[in-house]
Ligand binder design. Structure first.
Ligand code: FNR
Length: 371
């Protein structure tokens, strides 16, 4: 039979067919220490699993006999056009996944007409990433004990054409990632901080994650610092790492331009709820004043659809991008984004939503339990 129909067995060499399979290829390609760093979460990794699992408790309520001959996934964020409501989340040290690191990711995001949020912990300088290709990009910031260091980064981001500052607020200290502790994980020297800060540099030119974090991150950071940040830049400020209605209201009061519902990919505080389960409360608290984004566990087009149905303006993907990078560099990242976009497009067609604006709360059923 096989010879009549020329059937060949499908192998992974033919390429992954979904985001999960990209992880398998990445795992094969990466040294264990790096794979553990990228894939791991805090402590019991309960939230890590739940971020993904919680999407499986939401079912879809498709509408039929809607004209879906044309599907339009395009949307805008802070006034910028995007081909779909999928952004690239900030993830650090991408050179550990591929020599081209963030340069490759930036080019892939640009090719897919989406927005990349460059991590503060980028292997390449924000200038190098800015000059690799033209695209709308945001810059992710940590506020350091040394405010002058953070202020200098904001100014460099502004000068180099980054369009928004995404300040991460869930990291007063580093979460306890046990795989990194066991592996004695070393992060490479961070070119963005070159000459700005004295970190505990190890002989190999890197610094221990924990030592670096405790020397630099400011645990005294509070809401007044958001006001300070606003005072030093004209760029819109988004806060990343909000998972309660209470904090969402404070963020709006502080005058932010957007909120990212995120638990840092479950790498900080374990036993925080999966992000998709708190999206609803944050969206209600914000009542449309600023856009709400979500990240954590988005692996399928149906996940993107569910987040949009529950009021997210867009989602960001973290690990899948790194896995695409580790699998096939720029081409891999492009495939990951395209694959998710294609899945979203199909979901919209099958659910009877020709445009992102057609996706509503009534297209999902939450807290589904198997009978
Ligand atoms: C991250 N994340 C992150 N966030 C941030 O604000 N600054 C950073 O430098 C990093 N670095 C980082 C490294 C790695 C390896 C991972 C996996 C994650 C968190 C990231 O922006 C995002 O919130 C999560 O990755 C989203 O969850 P998923 O898509 O990975 O499940």
């Amino acid at each position: 039979l096989s010879s009549i129909f020329n059937l060949e067995k499908y192998t992974m060499e033919d390429g992954p067919v979904n985001l999960r399979e990209f992880e398998e290829v990445a795992k094969r390609n990466l040294p264990k220490m790096y794979y553990d760093y990228f894939s791991g979460g805090a402590e019991d990794q309960f939230t890590l699993r739940e971020n993904v699992e919680a999407f499986r408790r939401i079912m879809l309520r498709p509408r039929i006999l809607v004209d879906v001959s044309k599907i339009d996934m395009s949307t805008t964020l802070l006034g910028y056009n995007m081909s779909s409501p999928i952004l690239v989340a900030p993830t650090g040290s991408q050179q550990l996944a591929h020599p081209q690191g963030e340069l490759a990711t930036a080019r892939a995001a640009a090719a897919c007409n989406t927005i990349m949020v460059l991590s503060f912990s980028s292997s390449y300088s924000l200038e190098d990433v800015a000059s690799t290709c033209n695209a709308v990009r945001f810059y992710q910031l940590y506020v350091f004990k040394r405010r002058d260091v953070s202020a200098a980064l904001v100014q460099r981001a502004e000068r180099n054409g980054y369009k928004a500052i995404v300040v991460t607020v869930d990291t007063p200290r580093l979460g306890r990632r046990e795989a990194d502790i066991k592996n004695k994980m070393i992060i490479p020297r961070n070119s963005n901080l070159e000459g700005l800060i004295s970190v505990d540099v190890d002989p190999a030119g890197g610094s221990k994650l924990e030592a670096f974090a405790s020397e630099t991150l400011d645990p005294s950071l509070s809401w007044k610092d958001i006001k300070w940040l606003k005072s030093i830049t004209k760029l819109p400020i988004m806060v990343k790492g909000i998972i309660t209605a209470e904090d969402a209201r404070k963020a709006v009061d502080a005058g932010v331009s957007g909120i990212v519902v995120s638990n840092h990919g479950a790498r900080q505080l374990d036993y925080t709820p999966p992000t998709i389960s708190v999206l609803d409360e944050v969206v209600k608290a914000v009542s449309g004043v600023v856009p709400v984004l979500l990240d954590g566990g988005v692996r399928r087009g149906t996940d993107v659809f569910k987040a949009l149905a529950l009021g997210a303006k867009a989602v960001m993907i973290g690990r899948p991008v790194v896995y695409g990078l580790a699998a096939k560099g720029e081409h891999g990242v492009r495939s990951v984004i395209k694959m998710l976009q294609n899945e979203l497009e199909l979901t919209m067609a099958l659910a009877g939503c020709p445009a992102v604006g057609d996706i509503t709360r009534n297209h999902v059923m939450i807290n589904y339990e198997r009978p």
